[in-house]
Design a protein around this ligand. Structure first.
Ligand SMILES: Nc1nc2c(ncn2[C@@H]2O[C@H](COP(=O)(O)OP(=O)(O)OP(=O)(O)O)[C@@H](O)[C@H]2O)c(=O)[nH]1
Ligand SMILES: [Mg+2]
Length: 330
């Protein structure tokens, strides 16, 4: 089964050389059955990555997808290839936004230098961040110059966008008395670049000033930051539908990338990310091994025993691990 699917679906050379069908098929496997493609994923090394990964987040409807489309258009004019990953919190069956994103981005769909992938969380807890990470890694390995990941902010997905992308853009829209949405959702802290989109509507300047005031309050002073190089998140006004301010945004993204490179922060970011991934996979693997070794009934029995015998939970864990050792040696 595995050998057969390998020859048909796991055409890594095809992926690297831009075969979209091979890429789509591989991504489906990565999302649905990672274990089956673990070796191939490992071959697409996460190290030495010179691609630009950009995270775009913000409240629902602030214009993230439209802005990404405008930014992508600009990048394409400059000859860069772009992959877009839209992480939608709703299920693929009810997710209107998923369809909406597709329609909005349709203008780009015929372009060979653009690849769009939607991912749904399917109500699964945990793991989505790492699945997204895998998808981003494959797209980077497939040779796209820029990978843009869109997630809805405000805690609607468990994807920690700031952990995924070295450059995080938080997109706001001016709203009636709602200028501080980003702050409420804790998004200000993760923003490398702040965007007030829909600047063709009234209130954009006011929203910008409100954001600036908040940034001034929360921003580390030189003294506080010590020797760490300081990046002051710029606030950019855009109108994605009128394609205004997009060039400014692209310039801010380029400056942030240079800043990361100049101070060795890209490498540091990657190391932090790989450490976190290592810990996650270690936990998952060990837990998986435990569940492979003991049946659900055995597990329930162990816990019942712990409660009945008034055993301290840590002691129960130690006893269980001893049993596991014993079984392995047998
Ligand atoms: N006036 C105005 N409307 C905009 C602008 N950008 C996007 N919109 C509109 O705002 C609505 C939402 O845009 P999207 O790009 O789907 O926003 P989003 O943040 O991706 O939305 P979700 O993914 O559903 O959270 C759409 O009707 C867009 O046409 C803008 O610059 N100005
Ligand atoms: Mg969207």
């Amino acid at each position: 089964m595995r050998a057969a699917s390998r020859s048909v679906d796991l055409n890594l050379e095809g992926i690297r050389s831009g075969d979209r069908r091979a890429l789509s098929r591989f991504l489906t496997l990565v999302e649905n059955n990672r274990d089956a493609v673990a070796e191939e994923l490992a071959e697409l090394s996460p190290y030495a990555d010179d691609r630009q990964i950009i995270g775009v987040t913000g409240p629902p409807g602030s214009g993230k997808s439209t802005l990404i489309a405008a930014l992508t258009k600009l990048y394409r004019e400059g000859g860069r290839t772009v992959a877009i990953v839209a992480v939608d919190p709703s299920s693929p069956f009810t997710g209107g936004a998923l369809l909406g994103d597709r329609i909005r981005l349709k203008a780009l769909a015929g372009d060979k230098g653009v690849f769009i992938r939607s991912m749904a969380s399917r109500g699964s807890l945990g793991g989505l961040a790492w699945r997204t990470q895998d998808v981003v890694r494959v797209l980077a390995a497939a040779g796209f110059d820029t990978v843009i990941v869109e997630t809805v902010g405000a805690g609607q997905t468990e994807v920690d966008i700031a952990g995924l992308s070295p450059t995080t853009i938080v997109v706001q829209a001016p709203g009636a008395g709602d200028d501080v949405q980003a702050n409420k959702a804790g998004l200000l802290e993760i923003a490398d670049i702040l965007v007030v989109n829909k600047s063709d509507l009234p209130g954009a300047e006011r929203a910008k000033n409100a954001l600036k005031a908040m940034l001034d309050l929360g921003h580390p002073t030189k003294a506080k930051a010590g020797d760490k190089p300081i990046w002051v998140p710029p606030i950019v006004l855009t109108s994605a539908i009128e394609e205004r301010g997009v060039k400014d945004l692209a310039e801010c993204i380029a400056s942030h990338f240079s800043y990361l490179q100049k101070h060795g922060l890209l490498v540091a970011f990657q190391a932090t990310q790989l450490r976190a991934e290592f810990m996650y996979r270690l936990r998952e693997t060990l837990q998986g091994r435990l569940f492979d070794t003991f049946t659900a009934e055995e597990f329930a029995g162990i816990i019942t025993h712990m409660v009945q015998e008034r055993i301290d939970p840590q002691c129960a864990v130690d006893q269980l691990l001893q049993k596991l050792e014993f079984r392995r040696r047998r």
